[in-house]
Design a protein around this ligand. Structure first.
Ligand code: ADP
Ligand code: MG
Length: 276
């Protein structure tokens, strides 16, 4: 599989007022494959958001480099192309609304690129369909639920036809239903459109179907692997301030009690299948 993003020995220092720096990323290297669904987890302050902001050149490396589709983020002349390839969705859905109707909100980015109106109409319709908001086209965005607002933000980026979507805790402010809606939308985008997804979350359950999970701590990449590797019981997530998802936690207890449960039991259906 070809890579879409390559991060080589990335270190980032935030400058502090009155001098000095905070090292937020520490010699981090990572390759992200085209079409991959990557989940990024780690305790607060581990550098997840700082890393996310590097992926579309909102921040530039203090040391090391990042290539997006082979383009160095540090090069001014590639910046707009990189931002077209890599779309960002943030935590607070209210901060991402820019227009007074759902339809106009999705069209906003395309209008700024001077895309012809008939193409805008088509792409807006496709994007709303993709996130399941077609019937809300003429609604006011601020009246939508949190989950709908985040899907609207995703639609606005999808309409720009990016290759990669980076989401920084997009479900943190949502209720369980909104979280489910957003997660389903991300999976669909990844599987049917082949868009690479980098999903930062502190909800461990949201990472169970990722192709790969990357665990960060203190600005470093400390573990990476498939969900079965990360939640298989060999990695001490608690000591990092993270918790195991519910089913792997139960599996660990059952194993300690002597039940031989095979690797790869991560969700409730798999556990029930094994037990019954
Ligand atoms: P996470 O998203 O994993 O919670 P962040 O990337 O936000 O982590 O933060 C990593 C480190 O950088 C933390 O120590 C944090 O306090 C620091 N940091 C984040 N943003 C800034 C900023 N704008 N100025 C100074 N330090 C910052
Ligand atoms: Mg963060």
């Amino acid at each position: 599989m070809s890579k879409i993003i390559e991060i080589n020995s990335l270190t980032y220092h935030y400058p502090l007022e009155g001098g000095g720096v905070i090292k937020a990323l520490d010699n981090l290297s990572l390759k992200i494959a085209e079409g991959e669904y990557l989940a990024l987890i780690g305790p607060n302050g581990s550098g997840k958001s700082t890393l996310a902001r590097h992926l579309n050149a909102l921040l530039l490396p203090s040391e090391g480099e990042i290539l997006v589709e082979g383009l160095l983020t540090s090069r001014e002349e590639y910046r707009w192309e990189i931002r077209r390839h890599v779309g960002m969705v943030f935590q607070n859905p209210d901060n991402q609304i820019v227009a007074t109707t759902v339809e106009e909100d999705v069209a906003f980015g395309l209008e700024n690129l001077a895309v012809p109106p008939e193409i805008i109409r088509r792409r807006v319709a496709e994007a709303l369909e993709m996130v399941g908001l077609t019937s809300f086209s003429h609604h006011a965005p601020h009246l939508l639920s949190g989950g709908q607002k985040q899907r609207l933000a995703i639609a606005g980026i999808f309409a720009m036809q990016p290759r990669c979507l980076v989401l920084d805790e997009p479900t943190a402010m949502l209720d369980p239903r909104g979280r489910r809606e957003v997660l389903e939308t991300l999976k669909r985008l990844n599987r049917t459109e082949g868009i690479t997804v980098v999903h930062i979350t502190h909800f461990m359950e949201e990472t169970l179907e990722a192709d790969r999970i990357v665990v960060m701590d203190k600005g470093r990449l400390v573990h990476e692997g498939q969900p079965t590797d990360i939640f298989g019981g060999d990695i001490d997530l608690e000591s990092l301030g993270l918790e195991m998802p519910a089913i792997p936690r139960v599996v660990k207890i059952l194993r300690a009690g002597g039940l031989e449960i095979p690797a790869g039991v991560l969700d409730v259906n798999q556990l029930v299948n094994f037990l019954c």
